[in-house]
Design a protein. Structure first.
Length: 163
């Protein structure tokens, strides 16, 4: 289950007051359910998702995942992104150009707290690359993929850690 309560995220500006990107966001997503954030451009959807993933540090609120608090402004808790077990596919894919397809997909497992063995990483990565039909391109440079292939690689990278 995901619980977001009273989430507020702001961005500082060089001049003037901070930009309020997400204001008093609260919702719960029961385990096994899909949830959609829907709204106009600039309303805080991406900021909210980035805050849940730990890529943004909100100014206030609480985020709890499966009974574990990953962010709480009042309790001073901030669990870093690589310890939250979330997978996120960015709109722009965020493929690392200096890595192969395999290395891109393996990265979340390589930086995980309880890093799997080299063989476990290979098995998991190849299974997920097979699922997105990129297994035959594992050693290709990520920049040599088409747009659709890059999107599938981003999905594979999000799924490989079984978020």
């Amino acid at each position: 289950m995901l619980s977001v309560r009273g989430l507020n995220t702001e961005y500082q500006t060089p001049k003037g007051p901070p930009v309020k990107a997400a204001q008093d966001v609260s919702f719960e997503v029961p385990k096994g359910k899909f949830f959609t954030l829907l709204g106009p451009s600039g309303c805080g959807k991406t900021t909210t998702l980035r805050s849940i993933a730990g890529l943004e540090r909100p100014v206030s609120g609480d985020i709890e995942v499966n009974g574990t608090v990953v962010y709480s402004s009042s309790r001073g808790i901030f669990v870093p992104p690589n310890r939250r077990n979330f997978g996120m596919v960015f709109q722009s894919y965020a493929i690392w150009p200096h890595m192969t397809v395999f290395a891109n997909a393996a990265f979340p497992l390589e930086v995980r707290k309880n890093k799997p063995s080299r063989q476990q990483i290979r098995d998991k990565v190849m299974a997920v690359l097979c699922a997105v039909a990129l297994d035959h391109l594992a050693e290709r440079e990520a920049t040599k993929l088409s747009g659709g292939q890059q999107q599938r690689l981003a999905l594979a990278r999000a799924l490989v850690m079984e978020p």
